[in-house]
Write a protein that binds this ligand. Sequence first.
Ligand SMILES: Nc1ncnc2c1ncn2[C@@H]1O[C@H](COP(=O)(O)OP(=O)(O)OP(=O)(O)O)[C@@H](O)[C@H]1O
Length: 446
Amino acid sequence: QWHANKKANALVYTRIAWLQKTSYWTGSNRQSLVSVSTMAQPNHRYGGHRDLEAVIDMDQPEMPTAKGGSRFSFTGGLEFTSLTYTVVKKQRGVGGEWEKKDVDLLHEITGYAPKGCVTAVMGPSGAGKSTFLDALAGRISSLDGRVALDGVEMSPSVIKRSSAYVMQDDRLFPMLTVYETLLFAADFRLGSAVSPSDKKLRVDNLIEQLGLTTSRNTYIGDEGTRGVSGGERRRVSIGVDIIHGPALLFLDEPTSGLDSTSAHSVIEKVHDIACAGSTVVLTIHQPSSRILQLLDHLIILARGQLMYSGGPKEVTAHLGRMGRKVPKGENSIEHLLDVIQEYDQSEFGVNALAEFCLTGLKPRKLAAEGISTVSSIPPTPVGPGGEDFDHSLRSQHSKSPWSGAQFTPSRRPRKDQSGKSQNPPRYPKNVPHRAMNIACLRESVA
Ligand SMILES: Nc1ncnc2c1ncn2[C@@H]1O[C@H](COP(=O)(O)OP(=O)(O)OP(=O)(O)O)[C@@H](O)[C@H]1O
């Protein structure tokens, strides 16, 4: 198996060497390679196989255009306005017959991801986190809405070319060492414009930045051959995608499958990358309290709709404006996720929370809720001019403006007097998916 793998990879290298000699392999076309790690591997999301030719975009790169010539007074980062992604789904009608229906996987999402910060996309399973990341990263061509980087509107293809995207299922060559993998990536992405000694220097710096010094000469390995640990592997994977210093970095579930320590270490390195001036957007499931402290900005989704956009510290105020106090000792973000779930299972659905996020119109009180809804706090600003975030902070200080935030270690289930948990499981399988509501909302909006 080892020899077979080696032979297969040797074939890939030969092919790359050939491509490097051809005129296709020059300048910014090199940047359009999705990742060394994704070569000749099944396509991430939309099926099909991505072979070597498919990952090389042979078109000339487009230049970013500022449509309408307008620029926001925004100090940098990614802004997105009214992002909507609609797919046609086949559904059974009332009479049992199949009918096609438009369903919004993302509905009118507006917000921003500040430069120099880690923006985390959170929400329950199926909320649309990965779809949203794909939308921001220019991986959905039929997207409605606007995405701009540093005030300049960008087409999906431009964003795709000028950003790095670290996928969940990293594919690295098992028989290369960490150093060889990163050097190969440097060669691949930087081309002949950068001298071999500069590439080695970049790799050395990156190894240090990613905390991989001790595993520098360790093989990546695979199921058959012991290699680097899961956390190290994920960091190598990130290194492969950032060796050329992209201004925009997207990571889909960078902590999935990692233990708490490795997950923290990965996010710590990602945080360092952001501090160096990149705009970083990642999706994450139930981050630990330690990781929460490394997240600078949150975008919380449910059923493809925006539930919250702002700093982690502002979640309590956001809940206050909704008339929902965070119980003493409870993590505000987890409480917001609980509230989202409660609405999702209620007659109002999450649409009420999306509307609150958009307009500040307070959601109707739930029947089971015994909490005051009286609030005089103004609604959360979700746009780039929002006051809940000082954009200048991160460019001046490498430390997160929210790094002093205190989070409780984990959510304790609320219990009634009989000792039964009052927190129902999130999105239980036996509860019919309300959102198919998204389609209904769409109709009502229309
Ligand atoms: N191309 C597609 N066509 C139809 N439905 C899709 C398509 N892509 C995603 N979906 C649906 O959109 C919803 C959101 O999917 P997505 O993977 O973005 O959610 P997620 O929040 O990342 O979930 P998880 O946390 O479980 O990974 C899901 O219900 C999924 O089945």
